[in-house]
Design a protein around this ligand. Sequence first.
Ligand code: COA
Length: 329
Amino acid sequence: MVTEKYTRILGIGAYGPSRVVTNEQLSQTVDTSDEWIRSRTGILERRFGSDEQSTSDLALEAAQKALAHAGVLPDEIDLVLVATITPDMAFPSTACVLQHKLGLRKVACFDLEAACSGFLYALDVADSMLASGRYKKALVVGAEKMSSIMDWEDRTTCVLFGDGAGAAVLSKEGEGPALVGFYCGADGSNPSLLCQPAGGSALPASSETLSSRKHFLKMNGREIFKSAVRVMESSCRTLLEEHNLELSDVSLIIPHQANMRIVESLSQRLEVPMNKFYCNLERYGNTSAASIPLALNEAVQKKALSDGDLCLLVAFGAGLTWSSTIVRF
Ligand code: COA
């Protein structure tokens, strides 16, 4: 039986690795400068996991915090979703690895790949699975070790990304911010705009793919920039319209943390002032699927949202994919 009750965020947590790398430090090994990165992106520093840490280790740290914040025991979790494009390995899923590291019961676990939109896609999927009544408490994680797929010889991409993880415990039972609306979309017509070309079935790993550096992230930054602004605007408008809401009803927008200039363009197009956008990309860079939960967790910690506030989460990423979610506090 499908229930009508909203899914609640019982708890949230995030993890940024301790190794901080400033623009200045990057410019010692990459042909770039603090001035270029700062003015083109707004990024000041990013965090990188250690050589010993894989994506599941970052996910573990965030998940433990989310469980503690929710006051939920690991044994109560009956569904695990990990959104990532940097899984520990191609298979089995990082969600399965995380299940074991967290000491969970042998519950359903899978990864979801929607790049930077992954966490919001995962909220939508978890909401549907909870609505079926067959799952009671879901752990949803966005986790990335972007440093593992960055090409340190490509200054147009390697300065943009960082590592991190964020997690939420969701349930239809209990108290917490309510997930009141979801919207997901995608356009697969031009995957090469942002991709990791080699290592899959289309281009399996070979000495040629290694020497041509096709295992690293490739991006057409200008085209992605234009698409990002366009799809994030329409994604916000579509979801609010579906719920008979106006932008003026929204207290805070938490956008995907890729580039401050993208957020500024979005602010202009939506005619919403910048002080209504929550950003922390200056300290993390673009952490892909981890970006929204990292920012949401920080906004919650800083009490940037009060009871009754509507918060709009909006993401875009490789695919292209896009997604937005309305959360009522
Ligand atoms: N340091 C110094 N110079 C750099 C550089 C770097 N890290 N990266 C590129 N440049 C140079 C280029 O070589 C180019 O030089 P040229 O004019 O001599 O050829 C110049 O800077 C301008 O490059 P361009 O690519 O036109 O810059 P831009 O203003 O478009 O900014 C991005 C580049 C990547 C910051 C921007 O396109 C962007 O943010 N795109 C979206 C990326 C994104 O958010 N991706 C994630 C999606 S989830």
